[in-house]
Design a protein around this ligand. Structure first.
Ligand SMILES: Cc1cc2nc3c(=O)[nH]c(=O)nc-3n(C[C@H](O)[C@H](O)[C@H](O)COP(=O)(O)OP(=O)(O)OC[C@H]3O[C@@H](n4cnc5c(N)ncnc54)[C@H](O)[C@@H]3O)c2cc1C
Length: 472
């Protein structure tokens, strides 16, 4: 397998897919497709979306012949590289409220809250040991402008039914975690920390044991109604479900569907008990901030900090992956961010760095769709919130397939407002590249200005970038 070993410079293991695989080991790769085949449903892509979909389809109809075709190995993409925030955020909720009404968006939010518990319950029932700890999500503000945004955000979330969310001042925040300059935070119980690769590996094994056929090292070059075409043969099935997220642009005809956006992470060496005592973080909440170019972090089961943010956000022509290899400047920027949050960790070694791709639709709204006339389905466009959302998408795809094949009718899930949502495609190059570079440069400038001026108003620059990019 290419890229199974990461590069190592300055003591940092760079790439090698992700720290999670360095920690838990890369999986043995399953056999590729050996020629033409048939199935009742073929799933393209073995990340969380594809694996959960296979899981729920097979659980609903144990005789259904389900095949997963995976280009590399299950969990090679974002599912084996993410920050391990299993939480209730979903990309596009506010836009769905505008399109379908507040009540519809509240139903979507409730479904997301339940999804966090669903993942935890299924992992428990199926014996998937993924270091899950449900400590909630804590988002901190470190400037007056971030605090103003935090308070707005908090009120906004309450309006979507999150009555169990709590707002903390500087002192209450410091009781949970010592983040430098923290002036407040918002906490929700609807979140858990997990080990992404352990979930992906465990899920693949469970799905296979249920009787799903998985072929790895099998790139699908083209999807068309009832056909998934690979160099080794074609799988024919009434349903072909595309679950390729940030890699979608590589498929024939999909270049401008979802923009592949990079996100990069670092992991530190395990901290000592004294270092942990200085920081606190006993609740192991997943940790985020309110910067425009935001960060996300977790306290890992083996006592490290894994922290992410935007690196080089987007590569020209929707190029995606280099087995997680990350630019030195990005690693340094993330290390500086870590030390800004936790100055006492200035001497701590960063041991791993990696990157992965998210899928970003033109309107930043996650979707799940089944086209009844062709049997083609897809789910994705989760932007940075897919660890839980993939599970909701998979249960929804199951219901859509069941309903279409006469095994059931519409359900609560198929009535959610993100189902069958369509959006226009991204602009051709070079506009796409220029747009994303400009947007992130603007976010970084806005964050710097807010820190420098210490004002309470959000930068107008960032709001303009949001509008131009289609984000709000
Ligand atoms: C660095 C990073 C941090 C993140 N942190 C978080 C987080 O903390 N919380 C959160 O909620 N979300 C996070 N996300 C997003 C989340 O990880 C994703 O939304 C989620 O994993 C998407 O799962 P997926 O199965 O749709 O896509 P992927 O996991 O990307 O899986 C797609 C799969 O399809 C395969 N594939 C692609 N093309 C083909 C083809 N032509 N033929 C066959 N197979 C193909 C790929 O090899 C891959 O295995 C993060 C993402 C990244 C990159």
């Amino acid at each position: 397998m290419s890229g199974s070993a990461g590069g190592s410079a300055g003591g940092v293991v760079n790439g090698g897919i992700s720290f999670w695989y360095a920690d838990d080991g890369l999986p043995a790769v399953r056999a590729p497709l050996a020629g033409d085949a048939t199935a009742d449903a073929v799933i393209v892509g073995g990340g969380y979306t594809g694996l959960w979909t296979a899981y729920y389809l097979r659980k609903a109809a144990p005789s259904l012949r389900v095949t997963v075709l995976e280009r590399k190995f299950c969990g090679y993409g974002a599912s084996g590289r993410n920050g391990g925030w299993l939480y209730n955020g979903i990309a596009g909720r506010d836009r769905y409220a505008k399109l379908h009404g507040h009540e519809a968006a509240v139903r979507l939010q409730r479904a997301m809250n339940d999804t966090v518990d669903e993942v935890i319950a299924v992992a428990g029932a199926e014996g998937i040991e993924a270091d899950i700890h449900k400590g909630g999500v804590l988002e901190v503000a470190r400037t007056p402008a971030q605090l103003a945004r935090l308070k707005d955000f908090h009120t906004h979330e309450l309006a979507y039914g999150e009555q169990d969310r709590e707002l903390y001042g500087a002192t209450e925040t410091a009781e949970r975690i010592t983040v430098a300059d923290a002036v407040g935070s918002s906490w929700t119980p609807h979140g858990a920390r997990l080990h992404p690769a352990k979930l992906a590996k465990g899920l693949a094994a469970v799905v296979e044991a249920l009787g799903v056929t998985i072929h790895e090292s099998t790139p699908v070059t083209e999807i068309r109604p009832k056909h998934a075409v690979t160099p080794y043969g074609t799988v024919r099935a009434p349903y072909v479900l595309r679950c390729t997220e940030g890699f979608t642009a590589n498929l024939k005809g999909q270049k401008r569907t979802w923009l592949p956006m990079n996100s990069s992470m670092i992991a530190t060496e395990p901290l000592t008990d004294e270092q942990w005592a200085a920081i606190g973080w006993a609740g192991r909440e997943t940790l985020g901030d309110m910067a425009h170019a935001y960060m996300y972090a977790q306290r890992t089961a083996d006592g490290r900090i894994a922290l992410g943010g935007r690196g080089v956000p987007y590569r020209f022509g929707s190029r995606t992956d280099n087995d997680g290899r990350t630019q030195d400047a990005t690693i340094e920027a993330l290390r500086e961010l870590l030390v800004r949050f936790f100055p006492s960790l200035a001497g701590v070694a960063v041991t791993h760095a990696w990157s992965g791709v998210l899928g970003v639709p033109r309107d930043w709204c996650a979707t799940v769709t089944l086209d009844r006339s062709t049997g083609l389905g897809w789910a994705g466009g989760y932007v940075g919130s897919g660890v839980a959302t993939t599970n909701l998408a998979a249960r929804t795809l199951r219901d859509l397939v069941q309903s279409d094949s006469g095994q059931g009718g519409p359900t609560e899930l198929t009535r959610l407002p993100w189902v069958n949502h369509r959006v226009r495609r991204w602009e051709p190059e070079p506009l796409r590249w220029l747009g994303v570079q400009g947007m992130y440069a603007t976010y970084r400038t806005a964050d710097r200005r807010e820190s420098a001026t210490n004002g309470a108003r959000s930068s107008r620059l960032a709001r303009a970038a949001d509008r131009v990019s289609g984000r709000h």
